[in-house]
Write a protein that binds this ligand. Structure first.
Ligand SMILES: O=C(O)CCC(=O)C(=O)O
Ligand SMILES: [Fe+2]
Length: 213
């Protein structure tokens, strides 16, 4: 990842709270992650995704229709992704002083008809998710296949037009401030492969240590 790319990402996050970066993930990594996701999906390794905080997990198929599986670090593709994401984390901490700490990541498959209604990735003030990262793993994609990611400006209402509709092209990466940027996955016509990750900050404090899991 070059300095120009990192500078653009930091600028976008600082000024508007989100960024779309086409072809940010290296091609070989995109292909390896795609192969793993397709194999896991075929083996029915993926379960329906829940909504809300981890301690209040619920499956509501009227809000979200997708299958996910959490990264467990067991494969070279996952390990390579984590190394790549560390570079980004260090750069964002350096440029924006965000104090990003640990990342949780899951693969996500949106089957035909899949979607995720407008939402924030974190409850304001919870600090459990600070920056969200989405990366797209399909081989190619165009508008007619659906599944665009609509992104709104911070503070925009449901009736406001989105700031952008992102076509989930392979290797493209979206970064968003998790507490501020509303977004929605529009109904997809074809199977849509991707991953979603969230960095949280270290919540260690007096009498409490927030360990790496
Ligand atoms: O796949 C996407 O474009 C976004 C997914 C998303 O919003 C989420 O998993 O929270
Ligand atoms: Fe989201």
């Amino acid at each position: 990842m070059g300095d120009n790319r990192i500078g653009a990402i930091a600028d976008d996050l600082a000024t508007k709270g989100w960024t779309w970066q086409p072809l940010l993930l290296p091609d070989a990594l995109t292909a390896a992650l795609r192969a793993e996701l397709i194999a896991r999906d075929a083996a029915s390794d993926l379960g329906p995704a829940g909504i809300g905080r981890e301690d209040a997990f619920q499956v509501d198929r009227s809000v979200r229709r997708t299958r996910i599986t959490w990264f467990d670090g067991s494969t070279p593709a996952q390990q390579d992704f984590r190394i790549w994401a560390e570079t980004l984390r260090n750069a964002l901490n350096r440029e924006l002083l965000l104090g990003l700490f640990e990342m949780e990541v899951c693969f996500a498959v949106y089957p035909p008809g899949g979607f995720y209604d407008r939402h924030l990735d974190s409850f304001a003030g919870a600090r459990n998710r600070v920056v969200s990262l989405v990366a797209y793993l399909n081989e190619d994609w165009d508008e007619a296949r659906g599944g665009a990611l609509a992104v709104w400006a911070a503070g925009a209402g449901e009736k406001d037009a989105p700031a952008a509709r992102i076509i989930p092209q392979p290797g493209g990466v979206v970064l968003m401030l998790s507490e501020a940027i509303p977004h929605e996955v529009e109904v997809t016509q074809e199977t849509r492969y991707g991953l979603a990750g969230w960095w949280r900050v270290n919540q260690s404090g007096l009498g409490r240590i927030d360990p790496l899991s």
